[in-house]
Design a protein around this ligand. Sequence first.
Ligand SMILES: Nc1ncnc2c1ncn2[C@@H]1O[C@H](COP(=O)(O)OP(=O)(O)O)[C@@H](O)[C@H]1O
Ligand SMILES: [Mg+2]
Length: 310
Amino acid sequence: MKDQAVKLRELVDKLNSKNLVFDDNSEEDIIPKEEYKEFKKNARVITITSGKGGVGKTNITINLAIKLAQLGLKVIIIDADLGLSNVDIVLGKTPKYNLSDVINYRKNINDILEEGPYGIKFISGGSGLQDLIKISKDKLAHLLIEFGKLDQEADIVFIDTGAGISDKVMSFIYAAKEVIVVTTPEPTAITDAYALIKNIAQKDKTKNISIILNRVENSIEARNILEKIYQVCYKFLGLTICKLGFIYNDINISKAVKMQEPFIIAYEKSQAALNITDIARTLVRINHKEDEKKYGLRLFVNKLKWFFNT
Ligand SMILES: Nc1ncnc2c1ncn2[C@@H]1O[C@H](COP(=O)(O)OP(=O)(O)O)[C@@H](O)[C@H]1O
Ligand SMILES: [Mg+2]
């Protein structure tokens, strides 16, 4: 087998000679497909976001990831909150390295993966996400090869983002094929969620958008609100969104957060845990099989770089 550095050099030369530029409208990967013969599958990349902050994204991401792992899937979380990053706080672990260490050749992707419960793994984006803006072609090719390894390893990759319609957050949304928008029943949160969905729709009508309603008082309220959001998106945006599910307002979540333990483990019989189980099952059921070959983590990172620069 060729030395990895030599292989990489050849790849970069080839890229330069072909002058491949990533084009959002094509499905062309910056790295020619034949270089990836050894990579057989792609991960399902799902960005989790919200219009308003503090609606429960990080808690949902982690607990959903653990539930999916309990159901037998391999899940990786990428902490991409450029403001208050707190996947580590909810999991009670502090990562030693972040994406920047991979970009700058200090570590391999597997060295920066932190282990969580039930074999879930997480990566801290950290300053590495900023590095993407000015990344050189060599470094990007290297990063894509490293991410290609995760495509092999993971079934699902969750991107836990910050809230709002900032350029950076929107880039994470545009780059992923699937997006989960989290909202609460509060009118302000719903308005912000709708504004966010509208923004996504203006850019890409083919995006798979799902919605989770968090902190509901009862299932009737939940179903009514989900149906209303669904109808408004259909009528005014021409979008068919997926009602992924709802989660009760449950004191066990804040108790678990204080213990720095995921509620799905600390309170496995709680209402919130049951709701997460339903959501996990729905998420598995709506797997967009036809997308599997075309998307994946490498293409996500490649697109992300492109959106960061436009
Ligand atoms: N379903 C819920 N029931 C009760 N409290 C919740 C629920 N969801 C979230 N919370 C509370 O909201 C806080 C913020 O959640 P977090 O996941 O950090 O939100 P975000 O990532 O959107 O900023 C949590 O620390 C928790 O105390
Ligand atoms: Mg968060």
